[in-house]
Design a protein around this ligand. Structure first.
Ligand SMILES: Nc1ncnc2c1ncn2[C@@H]1O[C@H](COP(=O)(O)OP(=O)(O)OP(=O)(O)O)[C@@H](O)[C@H]1O
Ligand SMILES: [Mg+2]
Length: 310
């Protein structure tokens, strides 16, 4: 089967400046892939070429095997995108806004109302379908935007920073929606590594217009996070100075930082100190340690990969 998304030598120049340089990327099947990279790396540019919003200088972008520049309509028939979050007319209701989009996108008139109900159901906005968008919070507007990507029941969804500008609840809602999309390829750019760790199985990382790595999150962290372990520990009361000092002095602990007064982040060298031993030791301090969460090493991997290319 053709890859769900494929870039072959995909290049974009703006005048003298190369924003994307010979990107080769093949994403097979259905899953969620995080698209990472620093500001200006070329993520939005790549996504715009996949959706035909801008044309490639050279190379090809294919969706389900169809070259976007050759047959944009066929390529995009199975793909929906959310790039540079559009403003919905404030005087429209979600239902009206989505019906307009159905019309523009050629969804058959007989199916529109069912598709709109389904899409609004997925983003939990049915109760609000008849209210004007102008009165909605950013998070609610973004849910309507995400619903708009579901109208054509696409099997490829491209989302450019879907939770940017949302408060923690809005972000968590977008995450839940993305996770519930199932059975499709979701290609999502984000600067939130915790979000990516939570919803994606794989990541593609680019920098200065070049692909640095494309692999599963486990492989990327195993290869590039420097083999360090990290755990976030929650306490039932504020962590006092003695406890902090005792943890940071443990043999094998490489860094200790306070996330807030009841949470600390401890990094350790698994060759010297096992996670199990660390847990037992901290529990033994009787300082109120309550939760013990392994942190994905994606941030460490990201930082080491991006630093290496500077
Ligand atoms: N229309 C344009 N004309 C000239 N340069 C552009 C244009 N669009 C993008 N660029 C440049 O291309 C580079 C890549 O931009 P792009 O928007 O793809 O980055 P990004 O990875 O999405 O960054 P961010 O994380 O900040 O959204 C940047 O240096 C940007 O200034
Ligand atoms: Mg961008």
């Amino acid at each position: 089967m053709a890859p769900s998304l494929e870039a072959a030598g995909l290049t974009k120049r703006f005048g003298e400046f190369t924003a994307l340089s010979g990107l080769n990327l093949k994403i097979q099947g259905t899953k969620c892939v995080g698209f990472l990279g620093p500001n200006g790396a070329g993520k939005t540019t790549t996504m715009k070429m996949f959706t035909g919003l801008i044309s490639a200088t050279s190379g090809t972008a294919l969706i389900n095997g169809v070259d976007v520049s050759r047959d944009k309509k066929a390529a995009l028939a199975s793909c929906s995108t959310l790039i540079e979050t559009p403003e919905i007319y404030p005087s429209l209701t979600p239902k009206e806004a989505l019906s307009m989009l159905c019309e523009i996108r050629g969804v058959p008139a007989t199916e529109r109302s069912k598709r709109i109900d389904e899409a609004l159901g997925r983003v939990k906005m049915q109760e609000w379908e008849g209210r004007k968008v102008g009165s909605f919070s950013k998070g609610m507007k973004q849910r309507v935007n995400v619903a708009s990507t579901l109208l054509s029941d696409p099997d490829v969804i491209i989302l450019d920073e879907p939770s940017v500008g949302l408060d923690p609840r809005g972000m968590s809602e977008v995450r839940d929606i993305v996770r519930s999309l199932g059975n499709r390829l979701v290609f999502m750019s984000s600067h939130l590594l915790a979000e990516v760790t939570e919803v994606c199985q794989e990541v593609a990382l680019i920098d200065h217009g070049k692909l640095i790595v494309y692999d599963s999150i486990e492989n990327v962290t195993a290869k590039f996070a420097g083999g360090s372990g990290a755990v976030k520990i929650g306490f039932s009361r504020a962590v006092d100075i003695q406890t902090g000092t005792a943890i940071s002095k443990l043999d094998g602990v490489t860094s200790f930082s306070r996330v807030n007064d009841r949470h600390v982040l401890v990094k350790f060298d698994p060759k010297v100190l096992s996670q199990e031993k660390l847990f037992e030791t901290i529990a033994g301090m009787k300082a109120g340690a309550q939760t013990f969460e392994s942190e994905s090493g994606l941030e460490d991997a990201y930082l080491s990969l991006i630093k290496e290319t500077l």
